[in-house]
Design a protein around this ligand. Structure first.
Ligand SMILES: Nc1nc2c(ncn2[C@@H]2O[C@H](COP(=O)(O)OP(=O)(O)OP(=O)(O)O)[C@@H](O)[C@H]2O)c(=O)[nH]1
Length: 381
């Protein structure tokens, strides 16, 4: 098997990393900074609502295609993946590189194995990029020691959220001890030179090692399948809850819910409509561990646009029906009236525009039609 791209072969890079580490942020950065390379993206959400795919497609207009279902690392096999890649690798698409954004709970080695097993002549495995949240690194490792194994497989490790990590140098040093021969680069808001990714192609030697390890893991995975489990998989311990509301949410009630969210509820993401409290903007919301941020962004203005609140909650040991009930109770009793101080609690978590990712601020002014890249999304059922 040859692993260097042939004249017609498109490298496929796997972008992995634990929940909320900054994969979508990095992918959006690449889409805006690809410097003439056309990127095809395949986005895998863990959760029934495709929040990540929306966040990426938001930068790309309507060129989003929904494909299949299930968590990429388990529910999709190599031949199915080939079908998805076919869409991006067809010559007419003119794509130079494909990036697969794995869900934050996917097992990267499973995806790498599938890519190595791919019989698609038009693609070649282009390397594994692991994104690490520098601020949450110690906690994540303590809960999930298998993260070390993911880092050992990586060809590039992006140590992200350096701005939030008071001891970034220590984390960088620690990550370096856990990688094999990967380049380790610090970043804020995923701002890395795209050349790092498109050049992170694994050497033949590493691929040899990977395939060897892979055989072991494949055997383990098969044993798991026979006992009908994914016990070794990150997502084995996690559940996701999806919540959609046509009625606006009350900002005070939602803040009470968020302030008292249970420990196990590690990740919340989505979009909220606060009705009369802000008729111009919807609010993207992100919680990662105890970190919480709202990002106001104007509704599209398209007539007939449904103003929905859509949230995905991901956690371990969570009581899904109870969470849904609590969210339902956040609905506003008076959606057409706004009280003067109602939004104060939310606005405390809106980032000062000066601290925001500059790519976000610029992309807000950018015409999506200027972006040529394509996105496919691979939602979970
Ligand atoms: N302060 C800070 N926040 C960041 C940085 N990078 C990303 N974020 C924020 O972290 C949150 C999660 O980022 P995402 O890019 O959605 O993370 P993800 O890895 O795609 O998340 P999942 O798909 O749920 O696993 C968002 O609120 C981002 O704005 C960073 O470098 N610094």
């Amino acid at each position: 098997m040859t692993h260097s791209p042939g004249p017609q072969q498109i490298p496929v890079v796997v972008l992995a990393g634990f929940l909320g580490s900054g994969k979508t942020t990095l992918l959006n950065h690449l889409l805006h900074r690809s410097g003439g390379s056309r990127i095809g993206a395949l986005v895998n959400d863990f959760g029934a609502i495709e929040i990540d795919a929306m966040a990426v497609a938001g930068a790309l207009g309507d060129s989003t295609v929904s494909l299949g279902n299930g968590c990429l690392c388990c529910a999709v096999d190599a031949s199915e993946l080939d079908v998805y890649l076919e869409r991006l690798a067809r010559p007419a698409a003119g794509i130079d590189v494909v990036v697969i954004e794995a869900s934050g709970l996917a097992e990267p080695q499973e995806l790498v194995r599938m890519l190595l097993a791919s019989s698609h002549p038009g693609i070649v495995y282009g390397g594994l990029v692991e994104v690490v949240d520098a601020a949450e690194f110690d906690g994540t490792r303590a809960r999930h020691p298998e993260i070390d194994r993911h880092l050992a497989l990586a060809d590039l490790v992006v140590v992200n959220k350096i701005d939030r990590a008071p001891d970034a140098e220590r984390v960088l040093g620690l990550v370096r001890t856990l990688t094999d021969r990967a380049a380790v680069v610090p970043a804020t808001y995923g701002r890395v030179d795209p050349e790092f990714l498109f050049d992170c192609r694994p050497s033949e030697e590493r691929l040899g090692q990977l395939s060897f390890d892979d055989l072991h893991r494949h055997a383990d995975a098969e044993a798991d399948t026979h006992t009908d489990g994914h016990d070794g998989h990150l997502h084995a311990a996690y559940d996701s809850v999806s919540f959609v509301s046509e009625a606006p949410l009350d900002p005070r009630r939602l803040m009470r819910f968020l302030d008292s969210r249970p420990e196990g509820l590690y990740r919340i993401k989505g979009y909220v409509d606060f009705g009369a409290h802000d008729t111009v903007n919807r609010y993207a919301v992100h919680a990662v561990g105890r970190f919480l941020r709202f990002y106001p962004e104007p509704w599209s203005g398209a007539s007939g646009e449904a103003r929905l609140s859509q949230l995905v909650l991901i956690g371990s040991g969570i009581d899904a029906p109870a969470l849904v009930k609590e969210l339902e109770a956040c609905g506003s009793d008076a959606p057409h009236t706004a009280d003067e101080h109602g939004m104060w609690g939310v606005l405390r978590y809106v980032q000062d525009p000066a601290d925001r990712d500059p790519a976000d601020r610029e992309s807000a002014d950018q015409d999506p039609a200027d972006l040529d890249d394509e996105v496919l999304q691979e939602p979970e059922s």
